[in-house]
Design a binder for this molecule. Structure first.
Ligand code: UTP
Length: 299
């Protein structure tokens, strides 16, 4: 089916979750607006999508997410002030936050019924073509963005593709896990997917991470889908339903993933990204080399 091999030009960003692990902050700030150094999580996701050739950005939002919607608007007063002060570097930073009129759409998920349901909410904005899904709280530090790596592989394969990463066996029960039919190195073909397997029952240590390129048939599987693990409509189940037809592939991406939906992951990402930044790395490295031995000595 040639249409399943096309490059995706639309991406869905499911951002309707409650973000309870970051309460009380998420009582009034959407998790996706929380900042990694000086950019909100959502900006990293948008930059990665743009790099991969995405032209239309669909946000599935919920109550209390208006800060996220405002973030992508032009800020004429701020712009005028920066122009007046000749702050060209900051103007460039600001420019990256702007979205062309019509390139961005917001769809409401009225109840948090799970990731599969959030993706399904965007169904009317998609045509008969593959689409990407990006979970902004999975931040991937990579030379070439994870989605771009996947798009390049997808062009030759088609079907459905999920980002995959090796995890320690003790952590497998926190992820969707792939049962591998054939391991072709960077790409694996998948014969089954298990969402959050009971400890010790995982078919492999290859976990699904929050980047997907999906064929339109996934939306059909989500239509009328019943709830799965955790009482939510699982995206994993709808993707797994494609195994016999369109095919499902895991893509072992190059890069380091941080789970910014968890506090420990967010802190680790902050340090890792800080150590990459020329304006911060020396001071941060010096601080870490002082504080870590001092803490060890105190224990
Ligand atoms: P999480 O499992 O991290 O849930 O969702 P959450 O609500 O964001 O955070 P916690 O667990 O309460 O702290 C993974 C992704 O799926 C989206 C979230 O916004 C996040 O990007 N999601 C989840 C939805 O859009 N709708 C849902 O019903 C559930």
């Amino acid at each position: 089916m040639p249409h399943t091999k096309r490059r995706p030009t639309k991406a869905i960003f499911p951002v309707a979750g409650l973000g309870t692990r970051f309460l009380p902050a998420t009582k009034s700030i959407p998790k996706e607006i929380m900042t990694l150094i000086d950019r909100p999580l959502i900006q990293y996701a948008i930059d990665e999508a743009r790099e991969a050739g995405i032209e239309e950005f669909i946000f599935v939002t919920s109550r209390g997410k208006s800060a996220l919607e405002d973030y992508f608007d032009e800020a004429p007063h701020l712009k005028a002030e920066l122009e007046h002060k000749g702050k060209d570097d900051l103007l460039k930073v600001l420019e990256k936050t702007n979205m062309a009129s019509g390139a961005i759409a917001y769809i409401r998920q009225t109840q948090p019924k799970g990731l599969g349901h959030a993706v399904w909410c965007a169904r009317r904005l998609l045509g008969d073509e593959p689409f990407a899904v990006i979970l902004p709280d999975d931040i991937i530090q990579a030379e070439t963005g994870c989605l771009k790596q996947m798009v390049e592989a997808y062009e030759g394969i088609g079907g459905n593709m999920v980002a995959a990463m090796e995890v320690p066996p003790s952590k497998a029960s926190a992820y969707g896990i792939l049962d591998v039919a054939e391991d072709m190195g960077r790409v694996v073909s998948v014969k089954a997917m298990v969402e959050k397997p009971a400890p010790g029952t995982q078919p492999s240590n290859l976990a699904v991470i929050g980047r997907y390129i999906l064929a339109p048939a996934v939306m059909d599987a989500l239509d009328g889908a019943s709830t799965g693990a955790g009482g939510e409509i699982q995206l994993t189940d709808a993707i797994a339903a494609q195994i016999g037809s369109g095919g499902v592939y895991g893509y072992r991406f190059d890069g380091q993933r941080y789970d910014c939906g968890s506090k420990a992951g967010f802190l680790q990402a902050t340090i890792a990204f800080g150590l990459e930044r020329p304006d911060l790395r020396d001071e941060l490295a010096a601080f870490l080399s002082e504080i870590v031995p001092a803490r060890d000595a105190a224990e």
